[in-house]
Design a binder for this molecule. Structure first.
Ligand code: GYE
Length: 323
């Protein structure tokens, strides 16, 4: 009886979120309802990730309560509390930053609702608050970016490489790990020097602002730009051009994500390397949610396979990226 009432409440809530007309009568509810809090809409990566999760939920017959937090942690916490109040079967969310989740996740645990992290990770001493984390190995992405830069410096026989770094959202996993992987890799090469690291918050507008500032300060003494995502790179490139330098030639440009627009700019020669970070995490999420609902074991960490694209490769046959 409780289960029936719960399903009806969930269906009504799903309808409200999906904007169903009042006259439409819910027929039969989905077996599994997943509450997902997306962190925002800041990039092509993020939009691709949201679209993939919506598509896979539909294909799998999973009821999705999707909430967008507009880049505010407090909105994500409020969304998770609503999911708990609705008694969803599984909660998933993409945490904007790593710290500050223990209280709300303890509430989910007390309610007996398993929680899946999608994309970014959290930092907590209570490992049992989370059932699994589905997302990229951001450290490895930083390593691939660093390794590319070393190969490129070798190919160009450079004696020193002055690097500027445009980082993603402060205290987020991709910002921390992409920086750490890159730094650890270039630390082995004494030609490499990061002359300044600035925060671009994963936004195109901020990427442009950061690059304008860097060009004014260092001009063409910059040898390489390491940008933590495509959006910021796409914002930075016109600023390099406006200052009279040629991106991809006068400066080595390295980006992360691998969305279509950045790949097109790579093909034009204005970006030298794009490390892939796939947003297509929907299927893994639905599979994990189903297993958790059925009381089965899931892997604690699931990393998708990722590669990189660069000016060392023939990219003419590359399939459309889908984001
Ligand atoms: O690289 C960036 C997005 O967390 C991996 O967030 C994600 C990052 C992605 O805004 O474009």
């Amino acid at each position: 009886m409780f289960n029936r009432i719960r399903k009806i409440i969930l269906l009504l809530a799903l309808c409200m979120l999906a904007g169903c007309g009042a006259k439409e009568e819910p027929q039969q509810g989905p077996e599994l309802v997943l509450g997902f809090s997306q962190l925002g809409t800041e990039s092509a990566w993020r939009s691709g990730n949201s679209a993939d999760i919506e598509k896979k939920a539909e294909e799998c017959g999973i009821g999705l309560m999707f909430e967008n937090a507009n880049r505010k942690q407090e909105n994500q916490i409020a969304a998770i509390r609503r999911f708990i109040a609705y008694h969803v079967d599984v909660i998933a969310f993409s945490p904007i930053v790593e710290e500050g989740w223990d209280n709300v996740l303890s509430e989910a645990k007390e309610a007996g609702i398993p929680v899946i992290l999608v994309d970014r990770d959290i930092s907590t001493r209570k490992a049992d608050l989370i059932s699994c984390h589905i997302g990229a190995d951001f450290y490895q992405e930083g390593v691939m970016a660093g390794e590319y830069l070393i190969r490129k410096a070798d190919a160009l026989e450079m004696e020193s490489v002055k690097i500027v770094e445009i980082t993603g959202t402060e205290d987020s996993t991709p910002m921390r790990q992409r920086q750490a992987g890159f730094m650890d890799t270039i630390a082995e090469d004494e030609r490499m020097e990061i002359i300044e690291s600035v925060n671009g918050d994963f936004l195109k507008s901020r990427g442009a602002e950061c690059m304008r500032y860097l060009m004014e300060k260092y001009g063409d003494s910059i040898d390489a730009v390491y940008s933590h995502n495509d959006e910021m790179t796409l914002g930075a490139i016109p600023e390099i051009e406006k200052a009279g330098a040629v991106p991809g030639q006068d400066m080595i440009i390295i980006s992360i994500d691998g969305g279509q627009e950045a790949i097109d700019v790579l093909k034009q020669g204005k970006i030298n390397c794009v490390v892939e970070c796939t947003p297509m995490l929907g299927q893994e999420l639905m599979d994990a949610a189903k297993k958790l609902e059925a009381g089965e074991e899931v892997d604690r960490v699931i990393h998708p396979e990722e590669k990189y694209f660069s000016d060392e490769m023939d990219l003419s046959g590359l399939a459309p990226r889908g984001y």
